[in-house]
Design a binder for this molecule. Structure first.
Ligand code: FMN
Length: 216
């Protein structure tokens, strides 16, 4: 393939600013504020985020995920515990999530230790999902393992659909949620001439948050 020169793709950011004096002292509140502001723009999936993990070998991998809830405790997402990310988190329970909210020219990075959420919470969320998604979780017993072909997936799906017609679909034990407990937040606001605003929150032992501005 010929080299594609995309060096001239360039966008200047000039919609908003992020002042040190204006940020909330609580990073969760600051996140909620930005989340709500972005949600009111035509962005599609405001809760789409990139999740990065690394296993024992230190090799990092990233994938898009959907954030399903957040509060002062942390950030919750759901997946297959046997997936590649699941294996990574088993070996190294630490992750980083990243949101790029282009409609507001914003990025938020959050990182910290990760733990499985209680079984009953996974159970409740699983049963709140559309039946099709529940069945798909059963089809994908070993998420990220090589699959035979599309037909095999469709057939497994139809079989399970028949099997559970009119019945409750059981949550497979390998499917559930994780909670990322933040120890670091960074709020990035794009500014003209690449002189961006970056405000970082770092958690102290006492639980208090240190707030600092970073060079862009
Ligand atoms: C926008 C978007 C949202 C996604 N959300 C999830 C999710 O919430 N949970 C999930 O397991 N996979 C989700 N996926 C699929 C993952 O990106 C990934 O393909 C899958 O989880 C397997 O990843 P792994 O092999 O790294 O474990 C999503 C993909 C996209 C593009």
């Amino acid at each position: 393939m010929e080299k594609k020169n995309i060096a001239s793709l360039r966008k200047d950011y000039r919609q908003h600013r992020l002042d040190d004096s204006a940020v909330d002292e609580n990073p969760f509140a600051q996140f909620a504020l930005w989340f709500d502001e972005v949600a009111s723009t035509p962005i599609g999936e405001v809760n789409a985020m990139n999740l990065s993990t690394a296993g024992r070998d230190g090799k990092v991998s990233s994938r898009m995920m959907l954030l399903k809830s957040f509060d002062q405790e942390g950030f919750v997402f759901f997946t297959n515990y046997r997936s590649e990310k699941g294996k990574d988190l088993e070996e190294n329970p630490y992750a980083s999530i990243n949101f790029f909210w282009f409609t507001k020219e914003r990025q938020v990075r959050i990182s910290g230790p990760v733990q499985k959420i209680p079984e009953q919470d996974s159970e409740a969320y699983f049963h709140s999902r559309p039946r099709g998604s529940q069945l798909a979780a059963l089809v994908s017993e070993w998420q990220s393992a090589p699959a035979g072909g599309r037909d095999e997936l469709e057939e497994k799906y139809r079989e399970l659909e028949k099997k559970y017609e009119g019945k409750t679909i059981p949550r497979p034990k390998y499917w559930g949620g994780y909670l990322l407990v933040p120890e670091l937040f960074e709020f990035w606001q794009g500014r003209p001439n690449r002189l961006h605003d970056r405000i970082q929150y770092c958690k102290r032992e006492s639980g208090k948050w240190d707030i600092s501005r970073l060079y862009p």
